[in-house]
Structures are given as structure tokens and as C-alpha cells.
Ligand binder design. Sequence first.
Ligand code: ADP
Ligand code: MG
Length: 628
Amino acid sequence: MTKICGNLIDTIGTNVYNQAIKGCGIMDGKYEILKKHFGYSSFRDGQEELIDALLKKRDVLGIMPTGAGKSLCYQVPAMMLDGITVVVSPLISLMKDQVSALVQQGISAAFINSSLSSAQYGKALQNLRLGVYKIVYVAPERLLTESFLALCSDIDIDLVAIDEAHCVSQWGQDFRPSYLDINKFIDALPRRPVIGAFTATATEVVRDDIVKILRLQDPLAITTGFDRPNLFFSVMKPSDKRKKLLSLLNERRGKSGIIYCSTRKKVEEICEFLNKNKITATRYHAGLTAEERRKNQDDFVYDRAPVIAATNAFGMGIDKSNVNFVIHFNMPKNLESYYQEAGRAGRDGTQADCILLYGKGDVRTAQFFIDNTEPNPNLSDEENRLFKEREEERLKHMTFYSTTTDCLRKYMLRYFGDKYKERCENCSNCLTNFEVADITVEAQKILSCIIRMQQRFGKSMVADVLRGKESDKPYNAWLSDLSTFGIMKDYPLREIRVLIDRLEELGYIKQDGEYPTLRITQKARPVLRGEETVIIKKTKAIKQREDDKRYAVDSALLAELKELRLKLARTRHVPAYVIFTDKTLINLCEVMPETEREFLSVSGVGEQKLKTYGKEFMEIIARYKAEP
Ligand code: ADP
Ligand code: MG
């Protein structure tokens, strides 16, 4: 940590800055900057409009999914404006990585947060006053400190960018009281800079809050499509989640991924379970010491531990671009959280997997969390009631996603307000052939059996009675006399259980009480009266996924390039993806550049990176090409 800071403040000093400054004179437009520093030749959806607005001094609100490229929307203008850009960012780890990445791209930047020693802090302020940095990342807690405020009244701040802007809203998942200081900070500046707010959260209340609380003036609000075509979504309902997890991880050896669990305890269990089974995993949750959290996160980001088991405390601002899969061991409480967490896969645009391991207990756990959320003291009783109601509504959608047989992507994108008509053919449901089955008769048997059992028993007892299995408890002997005893004796027990589950998902049955007992709902009445039929879709066959693009390139060359990248990353104390993303390495394998010009044509290679790394990478490629 200290190393990076040290490097940054001492060595980038004025040299790099002068280079950067020379390179971005008035002659340089946004396209030159995009190519020269970031190594890209075109903007992505929404980026250009947001950049243009900021350059015209119009406030913006950019709502784009994780991985869409929000940072660029303020980094490019930062390079074009005369003054300094202040970026408010919620997480220390995020700042460190973003600043390392900028420095690698030949942009002079620094961060100011509680991880700096007072000497480093003083030095950073001094450099800032001298105009050494173009971009400075600041933790919201630092904004109103006397020394920082005093400095800011002396320097020219042209742009304030607010990353993860949803943190200002109490309605969001990640409310940060210190985000409310941003206004006071802006008010204290001698001149109001242009303001850009960025988030991946699309909820309307949160969006309104951002505009209102940050007092954006007539902002250009752009919401880009939420689709992430490189993500493969799937829902699995394994009878043994751990076994499934292990086989999924074994199929993905050597790749990096996150396993989200609903509780701290589960994180510990899963981490231990994986390590016992020879999968190097680390863990992250809010109950660990700050020191362990930092260490474990670094192990993951720097690829020392390929897998991390974590609660939802992990992730906001994890910019690691080569996360190849995100597995949810438990269903989260709403689709907003799910999409945000799952979206941490495949940031670099390569194919990645988002897998949800669904189990019935997950719904109950999520409901338990909602029921036990402390009321927010800043909201009125009525608002708190409304909040809870919304949470329950959102849980319903999450559950529906987990159980639908329709296209997963379509369901999710529509939930976020995107228009998406077609099936995506790139999710587990689209690749599964379902057959339609009429289960009205079975449903009638199950429902009437539940009634005859006086709605006092749980799932396994109901299944036993249907199957005709005598209870070994004398006080339950009466169950054998019921007319429904053994009416499904021809069905395997497993299938009866599955049918009960499906009836619950479809809302004909509810589980209630401390020892969950099955009860029938209003919806079941017409079925029992023979007025309505019950149709379900059953899995028939699963189509093979299209071959992964990842393997279209020469894997031996790719491995060599990765090795070099790791070596460079270790000596420079930065995460590997800060040197080059996986996507860039893959593109290098495709292009196999021999000249500087060809090297520059690769996506993600700018002038600075060509200068720093071009030679070494091209040497490997040349040697590889020369091999017989
Ligand atoms: P977000 O903050 O929206 O989650 P980031 O700003 O971290 O996303 O960007 C995600 C990845 O996309 C980064 O690796 C970034 O370099 C890359 N990226 C951003 N803009 C472009 C672009 N125009 N062309 C290609 N890649 C881009
Ligand atoms: Mg971001």
C-alpha cells in the first residue's frame, strides 16, 4: 500500500505530468485522448454524450451498468479541462486501483484518504497546489476537512465527479452519510464546478434522490441499456449445493471468481470447505478485522487467491476486470443487488458466467432479513413501512427470476426498464428445452392431502403420506387412515417433492410458521373444484453452449503473455489487470503485432503503455512466431 503511494507521489512527480500535459494540449480532442491514454478507438454507448455535456459545463447523471465504462466519462473531460478534477469515491481500495491504472496510462493522478500517513497527505496537498495532478480521488469523509477545504479555495477545480452516486440515497443499498457532505463541499468552493454523477443503480427513487440531494442543475441524464451481452446467466437448483459448487469450480480451475453467500457464517463455512477440497479461496465479510479484509481483498485482486467467498459487503468498487464468474450460493434479496453483484464478472468484455444456486430456503432467509431490518431512524414510520413493502415486492421479483422458465436476461432487463423482446439464447433457460406438462391431477391430490392433514405438517410429511409411508410416531398413526394416504405411491418420492415445490413457486401453497407447515392459498380453490388446470414446464434437454471465444486464440501464447504480465505486476505492486486486461492480451494474440504501430492498434494499448511494455510483449510474440 505505502509502496504505491510512495511511487505515486515521489516518482510520477513532474516528469510524467509534463509528458501528460504536453500530450493533451488544446489540439487534442477527446478521440486523441481516448486512443493515446486509454488505448481505445471508439466510445461506448452513452460515453460521448456525457463527455460532451461535461465539456460544455452541463451537469450530468450517467446511469450505466457495472463494467459499462463510467470512469472514462469523467476521466476524458478531466484531461481536457484546464483545472483539476475531483473524484468523490466511496472506497479506498477503488481509489488506489483507479489511480494506479491512470498512472500506468500516463495520467498524473493521486488519491486522498485515511490510508495516507500525515507526511504523504501533506505531500499530496502540496503537489496538488503545485498543479502536479490532473485528477484527484477523495474519500467523502475528507471533503470537509479544514486542510483540504483551504487548499480547494486556492486551486482551480473544474469538475467534481461523484462515483457510485447512489450512496447519497437512503433508499439505496449503500447509503453513506458522508455523501451528504458533497453539497457543503461544493458550496464552499469559490466557483461552482460542473458536476457529474455516476451510478449503476437504476431505481427511480434513487435517481430522483441523486438529482435532488446533489442539486444537479438541469442535468443531462443518460441511462444506457443494461444488457451485458458477454455475461451468461444461469439458475441452477441443485439438491446438494456444495457438491455443485465444487464441480463448478473444478471446471473453472485457474480462473478467478466470487462466491456470494447470504451470511457471514456461510462465508466462513464455504471458504473452509473449498480449501479442504484443494481450491485456494479466501473470504470477506464485515465481521473480519479491517486488516484481514484488506489482506484478503488484495490476495484476490492480485490473483494470489483465485476464489473469494464473500457477503454483499464485498464488491462495491471492485474493479478487478478478469473476474470470470460470479456464483451466488444463496439468492440475494432483490434483482438490483443480484445484477450489481453478478455484474462484477466479465468487466473486460470477455465471456463470463453468472450462476445462481437457488434453494427454497433462500426465500425464507431473505424474508427473515427484511423482517429483521432495523427501521431507519431518518425515515418516518410511514416511510419505513413503505420501504419494507417495497423490499417484499422486490423479493418477489427475485424469486420469480430464480424460478421462471422464460429467458432470464429478458426478465431482468425488463425489470430494469429496458425493452427486450427476444429470447437471448445466451442464458440457461434459453438453452434448455422445456416440455409442457399438465399436472392438474397431481396438484389436486397434493392440495387435498394437505387439507386432510389439517394444514399442520411440513413438506416431507406430506410427501410421505402421499407416497403411503407409515409414520413411526404413534400420535401420527391417524394419517394412515386418510383417503389420500398412498394416492401417489406410483411416484418416486423425489418427484413428489419437486411437484410440491413447483406448486409453492406457482403460489398454490404457502409455507408458514416457525416449523414450516404447508397451507393452501386462495389460488388453489379453483384447482380443487376442477375449474382450473395447472400447467408447468419441465426440463427436457439442455443444449450445448457455443464454444467459448476465449479458446479461439493460441492458449500457449496467451499463457506466456499472462506470465509476463504477472511478473510486471508483481514488480510494480499493481494488480495484473492494471497492466493489461485479459481482453487486451487476447487481442494481442489475435493481432500478434511486430511493429509499434501494430501494437498500438490493439484495444487497451495507449502511448504510455506502448512505451512501458511494448518491447517486452513484442519480444515474446516474435519468439513465439519464430518457433517452428
Ligand atoms: P464502470 O465504472 O462503469 O463499472 P469502468 O469504468 O471500470 O466501468 O470500465 C470497465 C472496463 O471497460 C475497463 O476495463 C475500461 O477500460 C473499459 N472501457 C471503458 N470504456 C471503453 C471503451 N470506450 N472501449 C473499450 N473499453 C472501454
Ligand atoms: Mg466504476
